[in-house]
Design a protein around this ligand. Structure first.
Ligand code: SF4
Ligand code: SF4
Length: 150
């Protein structure tokens, strides 16, 4: 009886054929659809360094640090949960959720983004801001020369 049921089971399995994908070398049988949230991409040209993405990231993987004239934004993407909140809040649409999901890697640098932005500093509150034009940038640089001994 038991042999009969096992035989039946084996026949069913053989009939089903292969159901797995020849991953990762074969063709992608089921590419991600619309609205898929994969690895984030940051457009450095659009970013104004507001820090909005860092504020809302639940995984706290976006780190901001300021030097005198530069704001450094670092993304440690191996902690990303693909929630998409950073892309949602970015006022400049600088962050895109791509369809890239094959992210296994031995190299941490594959999941690391570093953005260095030239910033001016507000004379009143001391916060960094991105100068609007090349002329503004030049003016701010001029005013921010280091004084001897300071
Ligand atoms: S997708 Fe979510 S977890 Fe990933 S960087 Fe953006 S806010 Fe953070
Ligand atoms: S990526 Fe967008 S939200 Fe993040 S700092 Fe740049 S402009 Fe602001």
């Amino acid at each position: 009886m038991m042999f009969k049921s096992k035989l039946k089971e084996a026949i069913i399995c053989f009939k089903a054929g292969r159901v797995t994908m020849p991953f990762p070398l074969g063709p992608e049988l089921h590419p991600p659809g619309d609205g898929f949230r994969g690895k984030i991409e940051v457009d450095m040209e659009k970013c104004i360094g507001c820090g909005g993405c860092a504020n809302v990231c639940p995984a706290r993987l976006i780190e901001l640090s300021d030097s005198e004239t530069t704001r450094i934004i670092e993304y440690f993407l191996k902690r990303c949960t693909y929630c998409g909140r950073c892309a949602e809040v970015c006022p400049e649409d600088a962050i895109t959720m791509t369809r890239e999901y094959q992210l296994a890697t031995n190299d941490n640098n594959d999941l690391y983004i570093r953005n260095e932005l030239y910033m001016g500093t507000c004379g009143r509150c001391g916060r960094c801001f991105k100068p609007q034009s090349a002329l503004d940038k030049m003016m701010v640089t001029g005013f921010r020369q280091k004084t001897e001994g300071k």
